[in-house]
Design a protein around this ligand. Structure first.
Ligand code: NAP
Length: 552
């Protein structure tokens, strides 16, 4: 027996007559209810398609659901860390320049409620596999709880930074204290009062958590392998007038962001470091440092990411700042990144990060030459020194971008596993489609732009919507990229990285080499949001000629 459920789909019924979740057919399955998944659901609804969103967590939010560690907040300014939906823009006000995790999560909850998305989302539902059936041209998606959902379009949006990486330190099971992974922070919080805390890692996450827990804990010991170029965020509370200004200017904010290299409403500086005297350069950098956020890199000089000499001027400026802020010269020197370019690793935004190292209860341990060798009952051993602690916080990053795809066990034509197709690095067309995986459209997939994520997601979702509309209008049953287009995109993505200073950083997660054994390959397109949108548009204008279109 079959019954029609609320999404207009067919579900089988169990013997008691109640609809079973066992087998359902919908137009689209979306994986993930973070920014990407919610944006995808909105797009499917605009197309009039039925869709189910499968979400492993108990609620919406994605990264903001999981990353609840103290100090977590966005590095994008609130007015551009959002959806461009008019009803949301009209009704939502941000309180700060860089919203906290709880505010970002509240925003996504607001969107889900306001747009009545929850009925189409299955929470606590982890996808275990997604398999393409060539005969019926459908995808079969299976979940941990035994759901089987068949769909025409499969849209994974599981998040580029959703699989936390925990190094395999021997002895962790012996540790008698508490330990936490920032990407899986307990909802009830952690009491640091009076505790001796170890923080492993000094990436964007650690940079946010360290200053906060330094206030309440007895002692914080930071284990640093590679120092970062931490830029001051200079957060502030928005005034009513600023909020009114944001609401009035959403159109121009989005217009600019869609053209900006990194998806922000910023302007090119219109100059390089070579255009000005060294004194003028310092003044301009000082301006960027005071304004805060990524303005320091994107609005001071246009050659920072492409000219090593210019980059070194900026890197030296930051090193001088570190030396002027951190009072202990030895600690300051350890905090100074050396041997790689600014942006060779993604620069974190700090909220009094360097200042925190002036506190008596904060200590820095350099593990670049002598690594952490074991975790003991009492703490962490580096070389022959044991650091006794009560709590260990692992802020050790993510198996970025491709990690979440591997976890989904996606199999395309002839049962080929996506993980196997990407053994030497991801292969996609525009970061959206994959050869041999018909009707799979990725949101937040590898080789999409490295930029402010909501802006990238919005463009990709819009493109997918247009592609599906085209398919339905023209009677196209399946589309997948040609092998040639995938190879051209891979070469394009690689050539751009090679032309910049970005490949100079050690263990960069955006190149995949923060994870032992993961192939080093660019996980992002660094050609800018504007150029990416143009490339996407050209494919659409060309009738999707870089895709194989099979008639219904
Ligand atoms: P991350 O940048 O990859 O940093 C991980 C840290 O752990 C690094 O310092 C790394 O050292 C260290 N580490 C890893 N394995 C280690 C080992 N075996 N021994 C010692 N140290 C080890 O990860 P993340 O801080 O979570 O940030 C990742 C990205 O998430 C950011 O770049 C950002 O894009 C995003 N993020 C954004 C925000 C925001 O927007 N507000 C906040 C947090 C994160 P090495 O550098 O030597 O590898």
């Amino acid at each position: 027996m079959t019954v029609t459920n609320g999404t207009g789909t067919q579900a089988s019924a169990n013997s008691a007559g109640a609809p079973s979740r066992a087998e359902v057919t919908v137009d689209t399955v979306v994986v993930g209810a973070g920014f990407g998944g919610l944006r995808a659901l909105h797009e499917m609804r605009e197309l009039g398609l039925s869709a189910i969103v499968l979400e492993a967590a108990g609620d919406v939010g994605g990264t903001w659901f999981w990353n609840r560690y103290p100090g977590a907040r966005t590095d994008s300014e609130s007015w551009v860390y959002a959806f461009p939906f008019p009803e949301i823009q009209d009704e939502w006000d941000w309180t700060e320049r860089f919203p906290t995790q709880s505010e970002a999560l509240a925003y996504l909850n607001f969107v889900a409620d306001r747009l009545e998305m929850r009925p189409d989302i299955r929470f606590n539902t982890r996808v275990t596999s997604a398999e393409y059936d060539e005969q019926d041209t459908v995808w079969t998606v299976r979940t941990e709880s035994g759901d089987i959902i068949r769909c025409t379009y499969f849209v994974p949006a599981a998040g580029p930074l959703s699989v936390p990486y925990q190094p395999d330190f021997p002895g962790l099971d012996d540790f008698r204290g508490e330990w936490y992974l920032t990407g899986r922070w307990p909802h009830e919080g952690v009491d640091f009062a009076g505790k001796r805390v170890a923080v492993v890692g000094t990436g964007a996450t650690a940079v946010q958590i360290i200053p906060i827990i330094a206030h309440t804990s007895a002692e914080v010991t930071v284990f640093q392998r590679t120092p970062n170029f931490v830029l001051p965020a200079r957060n502030y509370t928005l005034t009513d007038e600023e909020r009114r200004g944001i609401r009035a200017n959403y159109d121009s904010i989005w217009k600019k962001s869609r053209q900006h290299f990194f998806g922000f409403p910023m302007d090119l500086a219109g100059r390089t470091i070579h255009d000005v005297t060294p004194e003028e350069a310092q003044k301009i950098l000082e301006w960027g440092w005071e304004i805060g956020g990524f303005h320091f890199i994107f609005e001071t000089f246009d050659d920072i990411l492409v000219d090593s000499k210019s980059n070194e001027v900026v890197a030296n400026f930051v090193r001088d700042k570190i030396r002027s802020i951190v009072k202990d010269p030895e600690t300051a020197e350890l905090l100074c990144p050396k041997g790689y370019s600014i942006a060779g690793k993604r620069p974190p935004l700090g909220h009094f990060y360097y200042e925190t190292f002036n506190r008596d209860n904060v200590h820095l341990v350099d593990v670049s030459d002598t690594p952490i060798n074991t975790i003991t009952e009492k703490g962490i051993t580096v070389g022959d020194h044991e650091y006794e602690v009560d709590i260990i916080v692992f802020a050790t990053g993510f198996d970025a971008v491709t990690g979440s795809y591997r976890g989904l066990d996606i199999r395309g034509r002839d049962g080929v596993r996506l993980a196997d197709a990407w053994t030497h690095g991801p292969r996609t067309q525009l970061g959206i489609g994959v050869e041999g995986f018909p009707n799979m459209f990725m949101i937040g997939g590898p080789q999409t732009p490295f930029a402010n994520i909501p802006v990238v997601i919005d463009g990709v979702a819009e493109w997918i919507g247009d592609a599906i509309r085209f398919m339905r209008d023209k009677g196209v049953a399946t589309m997948e990229p040609t092998a040639e287009s995938v190879e051209v995109w891979r070469q394009t993505v690689s050539a751009i990285v090679d032309a910049t200073v970005l490949s100079e950083g050690p263990h960069s997660w955006f190149l995949g080499d923060n994870i032992p054994g993961k192939p080093r390959a660019p996980l992002f397109y660094f050609g800018g949001v504007g150029a990416f949108r143009e490339a996407c548009q050209q494919v659409a204008i060309g009738g999707y000629d870089s895709f194989i279109l099979n008639p219904a």
